[in-house]
Design a protein around this ligand. Structure first.
Ligand SMILES: [Zn+2]
Ligand SMILES: [Zn+2]
Length: 282
């Protein structure tokens, strides 16, 4: 009988050389005593498994208290020509447009200031490169849809079990930072103080950098937040970025992959109308 194969231990290596790279050391965690409290009842209703805890303050490099993912989808849009129905209910899942736009104004305001110089583990070029290519591709593709649609997409925030506590309507050509920031800010308004959150986002590296450079969110939130990219999308990022933001290389992430929004979009696929038709000639 053949002996079972034992998998070799994983060690990250550079793609250009085979020299082993020592694991990235996170900044030392200041050990604060754990605190007790409760999540807001609306969160407990959405997912008791994630939001049923009563002890907070688990260090971010040990996995934090909760893992959250956010992502946008530009297939769930709304035509201008369809109009709006009479208002007969208050949306329970969608953030009000005013709340999202207020965050957008705050971002525009602070971006006029001189950015702070942040000494990060990832070189600025590695993040800037991805930021510019991401915005260019996304903006061009989505601009054409603005003529037909007033809401161009949906931004979701989901828990570790792919349950969405909240959404935000996207009404701009691209996936601007205001949607993710508004969702994070809204979530924090329902969390006890000192809740440490790990946030997985396709462009988590870019948003993390922006929050460090500008006063977009208060320090009380930024100090309890840690960003990583999502496990599949991360391979489109620079190697230097992956070493810090890849959830498979980050301490405390366990098997969280941040791809739950893709599974959510898959379940919502029947809500998307047919956008292209083919005729006999085609
Ligand atoms: Zn959950
Ligand atoms: Zn990156």
């Amino acid at each position: 009988m053949q002996e079972p194969l034992t998998p070799a231990p994983f060690s990250p290596t550079s793609p250009s050389t085979s020299t082993p790279i020592s694991p990235i050391a996170l900044p030392p965690t200041i050990l604060e005593p754990l605190t007790t409290g409760h999540y807001a009842s609306i969160l407990i209703q959405r997912c008791p498994a994630c939001f049923g805890g009563t002890v907070f303050g688990r260090p971010l490099d040990e996995g934090g208290d909760i893992h959250i993912t956010t992502d946008g989808n530009f297939h769930h849009h709304h035509r201008h020509s369809a109009g709006d129905c009479p208002k007969f209910y208050e949306p329970a899942y969608f953030l009000p447009k005013l709340e999202v736009d207020a965050v957008g104004c705050q971002i525009n305001k602070v971006r006029k200031q001189i950015p702070r110089v942040v000494k990060g583990l990832v070189p600025d070029e590695a993040i800037d490169h991805y930021q510019s290519s991401y915005q260019a591709a996304d903006g061009k593709k989505q601009k054409a849809t603005m003529d037909s649609f007033d809401d161009t997409g949906v931004m979701a925030l989901i828990c570790h079990h792919d349950i969405p506590p909240f959404f935000a309507n996207i009404d701009t050509p691209g996936e601007q930072q205001k949607y993710a920031v508004a969702l994070i800010q809204h979530l924090y308004s329902l969390l006890p103080l000192q809740t440490n959150v790990i946030l997985l986002y396709d462009v988590g590296c870019v948003l993390s950098c922006s929050l460090a450079q500008y006063d977009i969110l208060p320090d009380s939130i930024v100090s309890c937040l840690r960003f990583t990219t999502t496990a599949m999308h991360v391979y489109g990022h620079e190697w230097a970025c992956q070493l810090v933001y890849n959830p498979r290389m980050a301490n405390g992430l366990s098997l969280s992959d941040g791809e739950g929004t893709e599974r959510l979009w898959s379940r919502f696929i029947r809500l998307i109308g047919i956008q292209q038709s083919s005729s006999v000639r085609d």
